[in-house]
Design a protein around this ligand. Structure first.
Ligand SMILES: [Fe+2]
Length: 294
């Protein structure tokens, strides 16, 4: 089986490339690595390719890249996909830092890119904005979260961390509680994009930055149920919800089957489970504002 190990970068179409670049550099705190008339590539302060932007008609998630084992041969990955009934292709030099990727569409039509070898895009960058550590997860609205989750588990080796009833599923591909999640909805789209921060002081700095820029925090600070992350949310220049989070649950040993114990866990030990709708949004903190939910 192919095993996704890490989320790499997400590619978005944006109707206003310059405005999106301003958001990602001045507010989010990424570094512009390369840009031409219709594309831009942004790296984290650690030099990880994090966001790719393409000029287009509407704000949309287009592609998500995952790193697979460095020992995997991409031709073999492509063969495994084909054997599993998934049409795939090979892309070369599509983005800075990754020479070759295997690409295919998931059942929702979002393109998945798999890569093995990559390079840092510089390191120790000074950033203007919040400056997250990494892209942490992408949450999406899909019409059938169960079928979508089964595809990611079967094809890419994801594991189910939690469900909220039967409408919201959280999937992990490494110790992080979730790297991708799917919520049921009638209009498939991105639900939110999440970036990991260093600690609560880093989240507080982001709150101050957002306030100075008059960008409302539309949910949080809050500690969620599933994943137990402390989070704040705001909308980016393309009106997409963006999360900054810390303290996401960690499944450090798959064989143990529980998340690393934390004092805020109500279950002892905290194992993957089905949460109810009422208790899952937060263990503390406010409920989402209408602006988050719209
Ligand atoms: Fe999230």
């Amino acid at each position: 089986m192919i095993k996704a190990s890490r989320i790499g970068h997400a590619t978005f179409e944006t109707p206003d490339l310059d405005r999106a670049i301003s958001y990602y550099t001045e507010v989010n705190g990424l570094v512009l690595n390369a840009k031409d008339r219709c594309r831009a590539f942004l790296a984290s302060k650690t030099g990880l390719l994090t966001i790719a932007l393409e000029h287009g008609g509407a704000a949309n998630l287009r592609r998500i890249a995952f790193e697979v084992s460095p020992h995997a041969d991409l031709a073999d990955v492509a063969k495994k996909l084909t054997d599993a009934g998934v049409n795939c292709g090979m892309r070369g030099d599509a983005v800075p830092s990754i020479a070759k990727m295997v690409t295919f569409d998931d059942p929702t039509g979002t393109t998945i890119e798999l890569f093995t070898e990559w390079n840092y895009l510089g390191s120790h960058h000074q950033v203007l904005g919040a400056g997250p550590l990494k892209l942490g997860h992408v949450a999406r609205v899909v019409d059938d979260p169960k079928a979508t989750a089964e595809f990611y588990c079967r094809i890419l080796g994801f594991r189910v961390s939690d469900w909220i009833e039967d409408y919201f599923v959280f999937l992990r591909c490494n110790p992080d509680h979730h790297t991708i999640n799917f919520i049921r909805g009638s209009k498939p789209n991105m639900h939110h994009l999440a970036f990991e921060m260093k600690d609560f002081a880093h989240i507080q700095d982001a709150c101050e930055l957002l306030a100075l820029r008059k960008m409302p925090i539309n949910w949080g600070p809050v500690r969620h149920g599933p994943g137990h992350n402390v989070a704040i949310y705001h909308r980016n220049s393309d009106d997409q919800n963006v999360e900054f989070y810390i303290e996401l649950d960690q499944m450090k040993d798959e064989a143990l089957g529980y998340f690393d114990p934390r004092p805020w866990h109500h279950d002892t030990p905290q194992r993957p489970k089905v949460w109810d709708r009422r208790s899952s949004p937060n263990l503390w903190g406010p409920l989402p504002t209408p602006d988050f939910l719209r």
